[in-house]
Design a protein around this ligand. Structure first.
Ligand code: NAG
Ligand code: NAG
Ligand code: NAG
Length: 488
């Protein structure tokens, strides 16, 4: 071939790439116009004031929780065109402080593949997303999952890698092969993925790479034994206070007493890990990380030695009352993790105090006395946990309600949205005799004591919140109305 012919071919190839990029840009611009036109139609009654939610349409798993060029980034599974699940995009928000969030243009749109869950890392000046390409096929099981990369040089515009897929199949060929979580250690990138054994037990696979493109399979990091579910989704693996944590979302755990009452669970195994042998030695069996009704697919990131977690604040196969309003699903507030006595404790990030309205509401309520609050509130309660504590939170104009209670004789904290809709768990109030509650227009997050027991539940009050004292003890309440830190 002559040089001229080569040049022509190169030019043709370049113009084909340019053309496909332009089509891509056009599709993105059209989607942003669609979102902009749709936002004013959204009913605001249950829109969060300080939780991340989709501008319109459906949200599920958090993705790509990371820090890039001085800002936190959070992506999420997103279907803009209806408030139910549909072909997956990646929505995108960023924040300077994990509290004030800004909506950014949709980062990934589906092409031949749906853009399922994944993670993000910074490689030099480039932000790299690794995600599962979920492609429908006409053969059993009618889908195929491989891993794709996408890049950005500014943390806003993303382009997909032309050499995708970078991981075409699981070692055993399982079609369930998803949710890559990438991290850096020493000279290598590592990734874990959720998959299945041939006899359909959940397992987590570990790979490593020097360039994020060529991956070497290392080992099965963990494999489910007994009845620990048929799939482990959204695995995350990280060091916390000297131990290693395998965080994941098992599907298929049978309910046991108070435990595993949600459709699916989210929890962790504590162990130790050796980067020479790649062996994860499990030391403490699976524990749930949050005990509320609506918590799934949590993802973490580490910044300046602190480990933060955000979770989907919703659940599969339950009603999502906000869907009639044009949106569905949101994220929990960011929490900082620590390991204490073989338990992960979660605390709201310190920066949450930045959205307090200046003047606290201080109160001691008589029995059955009510306190009216706005839609977004932080409540701190000091109580004597040798006695019963019970408070009701409901809408000033009706709608959903929730009762929070502690009974020292039973030794459990309970969060009840109705007699058939209770979540409860043992708690030891030995050190901190306080509760911290974050209320938003359709949610409650209860942090007990040092954060060893946390409940995240969606509740749908109408109007602002009304708190009623159902206890017979002296309780001090300090409440702050909260400013809006999430637009639209
Ligand atoms: C999925 O597609 C890739 C090619 O992109 C192929 O290598 C792999 O075997 C397929 N996996 C399954 C389970 O069919
Ligand atoms: C609830 O009522 C009791 C009895 O009147 C009182 O001692 C206690 O301080 C009240 N609790 C709150 C939350 O104000
Ligand atoms: C609880 O308090 C005891 C003594 O006051 C202290 O030694 C211990 O570390 C505390 N535990 C936690 C989890 O903070």
């Amino acid at each position: 071939m002559t040089l001229a012919r080569n040049l022509i071919l190169i030019c043709l190839a370049a113009s084909a790439v340019a053309k496909s990029l332009r089509q891509d840009d056009e599709a993105k611009a059209e989607l942003e116009r669609y979102i902009e036109n749709k936002v004013p139609e959204i009913n605001q009654r249950w829109r969060p004031h300080y939780h991340v939610a989709p501008p319109v349409g459906w949200m599920n798993d958090p993705n790509g929780f990371s820090y890039y060029n001085g800002e936190y980034h959070l992506f999420y599974q997103f279907y803009p065109y209806d408030s139910v699940w549909g072909p997956m995009h990646w929505g995108h928000v960023s924040s300077p402080d994990l509290v004030h969030w800004q909506q950014l243009p949709t980062a990934l749109l589906p092409d031949e593949e749906q853009c399922f869950s994944g993670s993000a890392v910074q490689d030099g000046d480039t932000m790299v997303l690794m995600y599962t390409a979920h492609i429908l096929s006409d053969r059993e099981p009618f889908y195929n999952e491989t891993q794709y990369l996408a890049y950005s040089d500014d943390g806003v515009d993303f382009y997909k890698y032309s050499g995708n897929p970078v991981l075409p199949s699981a070692p055993n060929g399982s079609p369930d092969f998803r949710d890559p979580k990438v991290w850096r250690h020493g000279d290598h990138w590592y990734v874990i993925l959720g998959s299945k054994t041939t006899d359909l037990r959940g397992r987590v696979l570990l790979y490593r790479s020097t360039d994020l493109k060529d991956w070497e399979f290392l080992t099965v990091l963990a494999e489910l034994q007994g009845d620990m579910g048929y799939m482990w989704e959204c695995p995350d693996f990280f060091e916390l206070d000297g131990k290693f944590i395998l965080l994941m979302s098992p599907q298929g755990l049978a309910p046991q007493g108070d435990r595993y009452k949600n459709t699916y669970q989210n929890g962790y195994i504590i162990g130790s890990f050796n980067y020479e042998t790649f062996e994860f030695v499990q030391e403490v069996p699976f524990q749930e990380i949050d005990f509320g009704h609506d918590f799934y697919a949590a993802q973490t990131t580490e910044v300046n030695g602190k480990r933060y977690l955000i979770s989907w604040f919703s659940m599969w196969e339950v009603p999502h009352p906000e869907d009639v309003d044009g949106w569905a699903g949101m994220m929990t507030i960011a929490r900082e993790l620590k390991l204490v006595n073989n338990k992960i404790i979660m605390k709201p990030v310190e920066e949450m105090t930045n959205i307090r309205q200046d003047v606290p509401i201080l109160n001691v309520l008589e029995y059955n006395e009510e306190l009216d609050l706005e839609q977004a509130v932080e409540i701190n309660i000091e109580a004597n946990f040798d006695e019963i504590l019970e408070i009701k939170l409901e809408g000033k104009n009706g709608g959903g309600h929730v009762v929070l209670s502690w009974d020292p004789l039973v030794g459990k904290v309970a969060v009840s949205r109705g007699t058939e809709d209770v979540r409860q768990v043992e708690w030891n109030p030995s050190n901190e005799t306080s509760w911290k509650i974050f209320l938003d227009s359709s949610s409650i997050e209860l942090f007990c004591g040092i954060g060893d027991v946390v409940f995240s539940s969606r509740v749908y009050p109408l109007g602002g919140w009304r708190l009623t004292n159902l206890s017979s003890q002296d309780i001090e309440i300090e409440a702050y109305n909260l400013k809006k830190s999430f637009p639209v």
